[in-house]
Design a protein around this ligand. Structure first.
Ligand code: UT7
Length: 317
């Protein structure tokens, strides 16, 4: 399969909430959050929506790719925290940037960006699709119970985007779904039908942290091994690992089991927390702008989370 990354962009809302700020709301401490999760601060919206973050990240990705909105043939956005189910985030972005192409959303929670990328790659093999904008955008702060210390300290808001075109840089990929709601459940808005006989669901994110942790480490390790093998490479060939930023200890465990040095992992959870589907494209954008990337570098991207789901791909920059 054939793609090339033409540009990346990202955006976070201005307001920063530190761990000490959170310690004023719930029974927690900077020490616990840094040691157990690795987050020091996160950006939280005071008015902007996931749709608006997505448009900002998209504009930056277009600038980085050096192309105009009317050159985009398709927009795919991953999100679980949009303001509206319809219009879609991708549709909002289409109008905001002045594109006219088709646009739709996908949802695979924290793995959403890589599911969207996989979808975009399939479209690129068809006639009429030359450049595709892929986005992950989340206002996780709207899904959190801010009185629940086990989740409110983890998440943050933000968006990342990438423009991809035809090339030969998508060496291998894998997407996985393990259906069920026992480990993570993120309800959507439900009205109050007088005819519906079941109790309304709890309105916030539910996560069994320890089960998710084990799932995450296993999936990173297995998915990275698989795509590396499928690409005909060995783990030593990987130059950079861009993984979902859910917990620094997850990344450290995976690095140890894969025997990949931590220096090859992009880590920005300390600044942004877990931004769900935005986390991989935000980390990719950070890497792209860091000056550490060279054309031809091998990057493995991987994500895991609600669904349960996981995904990985190996790309050549
Ligand atoms: O993006 C989707 C994927 N998500 C993930 O991959 C998340 C994976 N899971 C995790 O990152 C971790 O399991 C958490 C960060 C969610 C929790 O960390 P943990 O080390 O697994 O903590 P725990 O749930 O086992 O709780 C240990 C203790 C408990 O106290 P007791 O029962 O031992 O007295 C908790 O009540 O830590 C307590 N605790 C806290 N203490 C201070 C839980 N949250 C907090 C907190 N501050 N914010």
């Amino acid at each position: 399969m054939s793609i090339r990354f033409l540009g990346t962009g990202s955006y976070v809302p201005e307001k920063i909430i530190t761990n000490n700020d959170l310690a004023k709301i719930v029974d927690t401490s900077d020490e616990w959050i840094v040691q157990r999760v690795g987050v020091k601060e996160r950006h939280v919206s005071t008015g902007e929506t996931a749709e608006e973050f997505a448009a900002q990240a998209a504009k930056r990705a277009l600038i980085s790719a050096g192309i105009f909105a009317d050159e985009i043939d398709l927009i795919i956005a991953a999100t679980i925290s949009s303001e509206c189910v319809c219009p879609t985030v991708a549709g909002y972005v289409q109008k905001a940037i002045g594109a006219t192409c088709p646009a739709f959303d996908v949802n695979s929670a924290c793995s959403g960006f890589l599911f969207a990328l996989e979808t975009a790659v399939s479209y690129l093999s068809r006639p009429g699709y030359g450049k595709i904008l892929v986005i992950g955008s989340e206002r996780m702060s709207k899904l959190i119970d801010w009185a629940d210390r086990s989740t409110c300290v983890i998440f943050g808001d933000g968006a990342g985007a990438a423009v991809i075109g035809k090339g030969d840089g998508y060496l291998a990929s894998k997407i996985n779904t393990y259906g069920g709601n026992e480990v993570i459940e993120i309800p959507s808005f439900s009205g109050s039908s007088p005819f519906f006989e079941k109790d309304a669901k709890h309105p916030y994110i539910f996560m069994d942290g320890q089960e998710t942790f084990k799932f995450a480490v296993n999936r990173i390790v297995e998915d990275i091994k698989q795509v590396t093998y499928d690409a005909g490479l060995i783990l030593d060939d990987i130059d950079h690992v861009v993984t979902h930023q859910a917990n620094i200890r997850i990344i450290e465990f995976a690095a140890k089991r894969l025997k990949i040095p931590m220096e090859k992992f992009v880590v920005n959870i300390d600044k942004y927390g877990n931004t769900s589907s935005a986390s991989v494209p935000m980390a990719l954008d950070e890497l792209a702008r860091s000056g550490k990337l060279e054309r031809g570098d091998k990057i493995v991207m991987c994500a895991f989370g609600g669904g349960l789901s996981s995904a990985a791909c190996l790309i050549e920059w």
